[in-house]
Design a protein around this ligand. Structure first.
Ligand code: ADP
Ligand code: ADP
Ligand code: MG
Length: 666
């Protein structure tokens, strides 16, 4: 086994690789950019090498700097993680020349799978089912229309060099091909410097199902079953699970064997993923592409198979024979993963940047009937910067059945508290509770279908309202009893107040509360008293306990006025006060919000990609006025109201701060 390896990545995946290396007694070195100087990966690794400024193009993507770091540390091999240089055949080849080990597949396999047209041809030759369509290049729009008609609508137009959901268009008729074909060519040229484009059939009710494969340098290869990744937003996976609710044993075996056949066709060694699009209509499935690296969502496979994929990659890179045998591999239970993104689900999932004022993930280990695994690369106090991917953690749960895995996921999400930046936890928690997701009847259009207007939170059930009122009253009563003691009067403190009003929105709920030791009797709206048992202590942002014997968990954040409480997809603001101040409160006029409709404000720090309006131009509400890039995402900023452009304060290429005024209207 290697004595020392270098990890050419950052964040969560760097930490993930370090964990396995520690277990195997392999020393680790990581590279880091300016922005990552104080990161968890740097802290955990045995050595760390600074490789330059924060933008990836000046650090994590510079091959020379990575190779220098290997030489400097004496590492024997590189683990590339995902993203960055992980699928770059040129890099793999250079390492070969320099006699540096590569913890990934051979360069030939990376290259063969790097292109959609050639990999599709390879797959077809290996007996893998491919999407019906045209295999070759298409020279012009007229030919594209002709071919689309031969295939039959709807069709999908794809850039051969495409990736990350870019360079893809669905077309349902001639007109859409006439528009879509040149658009894909333009996008492919701009994004990949390669405009080769092809067309295939659009599979109805498409589901994304992928097979994990693992090979060695001696011609052995096995499949570790499938992952279902249909819950995507803008082609970015959000929730993944294994196994897939769609597959039966026969389909699973067929898909797995085809994936292995393809891997063998390119002498695949290391971990890889063969992606398929499966039809929810008849379970037919078709090859999409192969990702020649460790996949973000690999933990769900590890949870159901008990195999550590990073360990297998290290062993394979070191020339060991694959110890896994197909007949020994079994699926144990069910696992689900939520990608926790730094983004604001209530504002169209806009990336969110800033300091993690609080970061309290749930504990790993048993929870309810399942288990929790946390893969993260950040800790409290860290700065989430605009330079990298917005994914900050992966929450994985496992249970004997799908229902247990999902229930445990929901409960773990209820215990995952983040402050300082916005996070998508309320959104994924809402999905965990949603009927269609629960039924397993999902497609890649799930989020668009079920949240057509975006995410606006979930209305509270009466039980959730009750739970939140009790939690708010309890927290507030404890705080106020403590405040009375802290003032340090000599006389015994006044008996704590027992009557409170909990204000949720404009509802006033009178509450009577009697505090005991680790327990309280709480009556809401004159109803019968609930018994609330908890070991909550001031300072904690999770109220966990039993309300009349039922386990509950409510997260809350202190605000200058009241508390923000969260449970599953529900967020509610609560104010707790005495009946007298509640009366006053009801009479106060609402503070008017400042009018920002005449300004276009940058919602986050980022880079201006384009300004799409001119001075004196008339703009309609909802019209795109500029594009700001942060965290690899281009965000289209739209006018909030009709108006005429009066001033433009920034230009393409400028950096902007959060809340910076970019454009003003008359
Ligand atoms: P996957 O199929 O695993 O989601 P994609 O083909 O969509 O992968 O793209 C590569 C993945 O790697 C993305 O999920 C992206 O978010 C992730 N990624 C790319 N670069 C980084 C990075 N530096 N740190 C963390 N994640 C990254
Ligand atoms: P990328 O390299 O951007 O990941 P893919 O070829 O993997 O591109 O396709 C991205 C997504 O588009 C897939 O996950 C799948 O949901 C959808 N998709 C791709 N091809 C088809 C198809 N022929 N029919 C239906 N959906 C498709
Ligand atoms: Mg893909």
């Amino acid at each position: 086994m290697f004595k020392k390896i270098l990890i050419a990545n950052r964040g969560e995946i760097a930490v993930r690789v370090i964990k396995t290396c520690r277990r195997l007694g392999v020393k680790t070195a990581v590279v880091y950019s300016d922005a990552d100087a104080g990161s968890m990966a740097v802290e955990m690794a045995d050595e760390a090498v600074h490789i330059g400024p924060s933008p990836a193009a000046e650090s994590y993507l510079v091959m020379d700097k990575i190779i220098d770091a290997v030489k400097q540390t004496g590492a024997e091999a590189i683990h590339p993680g995902f993203g960055f240089l992980s699928e770059n055949p040129e890099f793999a080849r250079r390492l070969e020349k320099e006699k540096i080990g590569w913890i990934g597949p051979n360069a030939h396999a990376i290259e063969a799978m790097g292109d959609k047209i050639s990999s599709k041809q390879l797959a077809a030759d290996a007996g893998v089912s491919t999407v019906p369509g045209h295999m070759g290049l298409i020279k012009d729009t007229a030919e594209a229309v002709k071919i689309s008609n031969e295939i039959g609508y709807p069709v999908m137009i794809k850039a051969s060099a495409g990736g990350g959901g870019k360079g893809i268009r669905v077309a349902s008729n001639d007109k859409e091909v006439e528009e879509g074909f040149p658009a894909v060519i333009a996008e492919a040229k701009a994004s990949f410097g390669d405009d080769r484009t092809f067309i295939e059939k659009f599979i109805l009710n498409p589901r994304h199902v992928e097979i994990q494969v693992m090979g060695d340098k001696h011609g052995n290869c096995v499949y570790l079953f499938e992952r279902e990744c249909s819950i995507q937003r803008r082609n970015q996976k959000v929730i993944e699970e294994a196994p897939s609710p769609l597959l039966d044993e026969a389909t699973r075996k067929k898909m797995g064997e085809q994936a292995v056949a393809l891997a063998k066709a390119v002498n695949y060694d290391s971990a890889g993923t063969v992606e398929f699009v499966a039809s929810g209509v008849d379970k037919s499935f078709y090859f999409l592409e192969m990702n020649t690296r460790l996949q973000v969502e690999h933990p769900v496979t590890e949870m159901i198979t008990g195999v550590d994929l990073v360990e297998q990659m290290l062993r394979s890179a070191d020339g060991e024979t694959l110890a896994l045998k197909q007949k020994d591999l079994k699926i144990n239970g069910w696992a689900v993963e939520s990608r926790v993104y730094a983004e604001d689900p209530y504002r169209n999932f806009l990336p969110s940047i800033g300091r993690l004022k609080r970061f309290h993930p749930p504990e790993e280990g048993e929870l309810g009937d399942g288990t929790v695994r946390m893969d993260s690369g950040v800790c409290e106090g860290d700065e989430i910067s605009m330079f990298y991917d917005p994914m900050i953690a992966k929450l994985v749960t496992h249970g004997a059945t799908r229902d247990i895995a999902l229930d445990t996921q929901a409960e773990a999400l209820d215990r995952f508290h983040i402050e300082g930046i916005q996070d998508n936890i309320p959104f994924v928690a809402a999905v965990m509770d949603e009927t269609r997701f629960r039924s397993g009847d999902i497609t890649t259009a799930y989020i668009k279908d079920e949240f057509p207007e975006g995410f606006d939170g979930v209305p509270a059930t009466p039980e959730q309202t009750q739970m939140m009122i009790c939690a708010a009253a309890y927290v507030h009563a404890v705080y106020s009893a403590r405040a009375a003691q802290v003032t340090g009067r000599l006389a015994p403190p006044e008996t704590p107040r027992t009557d409170w009003i909990v204000i949720l929105g404009d509802e006033h709920h009178p509450v009577a509360i009697n505090l005991g030791e680790g327990e309280a009797k709480i009556s809401v709206n004159g109803g019968k008293a609930h018994t609330f048992a908890t070991d909550w202590t001031p300072g904690s942002h999770l109220v966990e306990g039993e309300l009349d014997g039922e386990a509950i968990a409510v997260k809350f954040a202190d605000r200058t006025e009241g508390y923000v409480m969260r449970h599953r997809g529900v967020t509610r603001r609560a104010i707790v006060c005495s009946p007298a101040s509640a009366e006053l409160h009801a009479k106060l006029p609402e503070k008017p919000k400042p009018d920002t409709s005449k300004l276009i404000i940058s919602p986050m720090p980022g880079l201006v990609v384009s300004i799409d309006v001119e001075i004196d131009q008339e703009v309609k509400e909802g019209e795109a006025v500029c594009v700001v890039e942060a965290m690899k995402m281009q965000n289209i900023i739209r006018a909030e109201a009709d108006g005429t452009v009066k001033a433009i304060n920034v230009g393409a290429g400028d950096s902007v701060a959060a809340d910076e005024i970019m454009i003003e209207f008359e």
